[in-house]
Ligand binder design. Structure first.
Ligand code: NAD
Length: 326
């Protein structure tokens, strides 16, 4: 069996990636449990509690890997606010560089990493990889840095392929440990399930290309298993469709058999709020055969069916929440 190291493997996307691939690969998840939860991982996935910024912790995971998938890092824009500013940059950049060096030194053929669609800011839609981007917040700056670091690193060390993914707004199970940093779909489900009115920034007509985590895993796996050399590339992963927060609330109310009205407040986000997000997915579709498989209604009803209300931490009175792009 081929071996994969997944940094940030106990987090939301990381744990879904590990669980969905555990029968085909020998997987070790490394996570410092800053936002992750080891209980997200199913049996059959190896787990090391440690920091991807730290070479000794990476070395504890093993000395030979075929692939490294890097999800660790400071994973959304609000985490850079106030006291999170310095730590956010250091954690994201150091964990990326350390994991990339580790991957090359243990002979990994590919290093796959999470970038973000937040890079696009309010660019014209559909958002396509060839557009020039100006990152609108610190979080997006760290991902822009990843992409350029990857490009230069690959020029120096062409033996390791380095592929980045600009995920759109990802939703799915295993977000409870992220609390107020979870995707809006999770947070709205948690509110409505407990008869709390969700709080919406603005009029609720902002829209996102909400992408089920199963399809994010699909896109990464296609790149990991591609036979032809990909070299250094960046792909969007989305659905090519979009939905407003108001329409998401209707779906969730319907899935839960409720009719909870939201509370609308004026938008407190100061740094370049993203009004809309709609991906062009033709690059990953044409080059890797990616095709979204989970529509919103199916994804939301699956998440609602697997909801464990006892794990929910946040309440709708907590207004410091992520209503950014991704
Ligand atoms: N969720 C989305 O919609 C979305 C969209 C675009 C990009 N991304 C990116 O995808 C990646 C995964 O996102 P997620 O939503 O699963 O977030 P997450 O916070 O659930 O996952 C990140 C995991 O990394 C761990 N971690 C953080 N720093 C670490 C370190 N130094 N060493 C070891 N572990 C560390 C955290 O404990 C957490 O479990 C992140 O890089 C994020 O920026 C996510």
């Amino acid at each position: 069996m081929k071996k994969i190291l997944v940094t940030g493997g106990a987090g939301f996307i990381g744990s879904n990636f590990c669980n969905l691939n555990k029968d085909e690969y020998d997987i070790v998840a490394l996570d410092n449990l800053f936002l992750g939860d080891a209980e997200n991982l199913e049996s059959g996935v190896g787990f090391v509690q440690g920091d991807a910024c730290n070479i000794e912790d990476l070395a504890q995971c093993g000395s030979k890997f075929d692939f490294v998938v890097h999800f660790a890092g400071t994973s959304s824009a609000p985490m850079f606010a106030d006291d999170g500013f310095v730590e956010g940059y250091v954690n994201s950049i150091q964990s990326f560089c350390q994991s990339l060096e580790f991957a090359r030194k243990v002979g990994a053929k590919k290093f796959l990493y999470a970038s973000t669609s937040s890079l696009y800011g309010n660019n014209p839609m559909p958002l396509v990889e060839t557009q020039s981007v100006t990152p609108p917040n610190h979080y997006a700056v760290t991902k822009f840095c990843y992409e350029h670091c990857a490009r230069i690193y690959h020029q120096v060390y062409p033996e390791i392929e380095i592929i980045g993914f600009r995920f759109m707004s990802v939703y799915g199970p295993h977000e409870e440990s992220k609390g107020r940093y979870a995707n809006m779909i999770s947070q709205f489900i948690w509110d409505i399930a407990r008869d709390l009115p969700p709080v919406i920034y603005g009029d609720g007509e902002q829209f996102r290309d909400f992408t089920n985590v199963v399809d994010v895993v699909q896109g990464i796996k296609l790149a990991l298993e591609a036979d032809e050399k990909l070299g250094n590339k960046v792909y969007n992963i989305g659905t090519g469709e979009c939905c407003s927060f108001n329409d998401i609330l209707k779906e969730i109310n319907a899935a839960l058999g409720k009719n909870i009205e939201p509370i609308y407040i004026s938008n407190p986000v100061k740094e370049g709020y993203v009004r809309g997000q709609h991906a062009d997915i033709s690059k990953i579709s044409n080059e890797l055969g990616y095709k979204p498989t989970v529509d919103l209604q199916t994804g939301i009803s699956h998440q609602v069916r697997h909801l464990d209300v006892s794990k929910i931490k946040e309440t709708s009175s907590d207004l410091i929440r992520d209503q950014y792009a991704s």
